[in-house]
Write a protein of this length. Sequence first.
Length: 690
Amino acid sequence: MNRTIFWSLAGAVALAGTDALAQNQPQTLPEIRIEVPAPPRSLTQPTPAEARQKIEQVPGGVDLVTSEEFRDGRALTLKDALDYTPGVFIQPKFGEDSRLSIRGSGLSRNFHLRGVTLLQDGVPINLADGSGDFQEIDPLNIRYIEVFKGANALRFGSAALGGAINVHTPTGRDLDGVLTRFEIGSDGYRRGQVAMGDYGKDWDYYATATTIQQDGYRQLNEQNNIRLNSNFGYRLSDTVETRLFIAYNDIDQEIPGSVSRDQALNNPKAAAAGNLANNYKRDIESIRLGSRTSVALEDGTVNFGGYFVSRDLFHPIFQVLDNTVLDYGVFGEYETGGEAFGLKQEQLIGVRLGHGTNDNLRYANVAGQKGALAFKSFETAQNADLYAENRTWLRTDLALILGAQAGYSTREVEDKFLTDGDASFRDNFTSFNPRVGLLWQAAPEWQVFGNLSRSTEIPTLSDLSPTATAPIGDIDPQTAVTLEVGTRGSQGRFAWDVAVYRAWIKDEIQLFTASNGQSYSLNADKTIHQGLELGLDYRLAEGLFATERGGDRLTLRQAYTFSDFSFDGDPTYGDNELPGAPRHYYRAELRYDHPTGFYVGPNVEWVPQAYYVDNANTTETRPYALLGLKIGYDDPPGWPRGWSVFLDGRNLTDERYISSVSVATSATPNAALFNPGDGRAVFVGAQVRW
């Protein structure tokens, strides 16, 4: 960004000659103006403004969240970053672990992730079979986040019900210097960051190291994590740039586990007895390598790259899981535009190829250590996704978007522990997911959109793995047809983002946990997911106490998600509600900002209605409301160097509540399905940039 520095010189000036002295006239010196050039634009990493302009051409529910929106408080989890994105439901389980669902995706997934494609700089965080975790995403290593809900994630080849979340990391063009940050808080929370970056005419680099130590609110809730992230960009010519991404993660997390509803509400700090006895935890060590090259052509842009991920997992739960995962893949896309039949056209075509293996060993759990070998297999997942989209501007303000995604996937398990029989299998899946949308630019400041899309979710390896409850090959892909309409924009003091959707789903994959700790999957017959996603910001007042530098302001920020998920004439469950997500979820913040950089604001998280934890709709959670407060100081935008401090209070009334749940086919309040939320907590932090 250009920064203009005005130097004014004042004072007495000696004048030659007695006549000039006698006149005693003030002298005005010419203004000296110094222009500091902005960093050259990166071809491989768009700026937030460039990304926002592009994402707003999607005819459906999307969002873009910059780091400035969540670095003003504790920044530990994706919930901290995306809590004000309507339609994205992220609830903490313990430590950094969370439960993520977008439009009801992966509702029954009691561990890990399914139904949402997670990416960092376009490189998948999910494993090749579609399952995933959050622990390798560090909010302090984020420049901005793109959220594509549902089939709006076409450009990533994703056909998942929940869509995709793409995290963009900073570059040396974002941080030209050194940044240090430190946070401390309740329950032994300590978090630090050191980052540095620089750029030249043809190059830039960025590197950061972050660490977290936390005792945790509950027993068996300690975590010690170290993350290293870096990227290096080099411009080969004015039209070609390549960037290399390198990341290392060393994550050690204890798992306190789910408990009964009574224990969650009356003795929330206690861990599950079985977790304590067997020292449940999840330790991950991973290396991620990725590259991306962008080529600007006369008629468009080509982007291509590849990635390699090595991931070791040591995971004592019902058994000790000892997994070695290798994932690798390539991707490429071509964007162009022109005219056809006198109408402006824009085209996108792309391909993503992924391959992953898992050397899966499981041992008896002896107080958290390996006992006798209980299972051994070599698992393989492969995916080939081709996607294309054409945008035709029927008028200067109305675009018709036609797109499709086609996929071919394999899931294979080679059983190498044959004393209990051979459970090897190989399944192949194909899918085709068309999409049609309309985008109307009703005014320069706001849009109306709609789309009709098909989605397909291929079962993960854990979905397909046989148990006594679910035999081999008994799980079908989940398919859905989704209709969505909405509007987004701003007018005066208002800014809004509204979407209404309805998804008709067939063979929804539900994953449950048996009494022995093993999971099994089932296909529901027909289900319906429908809802309302509402984001509304309103500047209540301006210029209350200050008018310089744009003045101060008082803003109300709100995000409301209405979720109506149900069976549709199921032979067993009729039209029961699907368990696992609240019907109403409301998040709001009333914030005062002063042009000096001071800010303060209370916030609330409200779930006004309990929700079910089982398909039979016999057991439910409890409503809750949480009150928080942020107060701090952040040097105003445009300052070349600066500092910031904050205080972030969470659950200030010390409400006892259930933050997330596991789900079951049928349950009682004594079932261990409930995760208690953290009690009252206060965090303080400071950041210096020079």
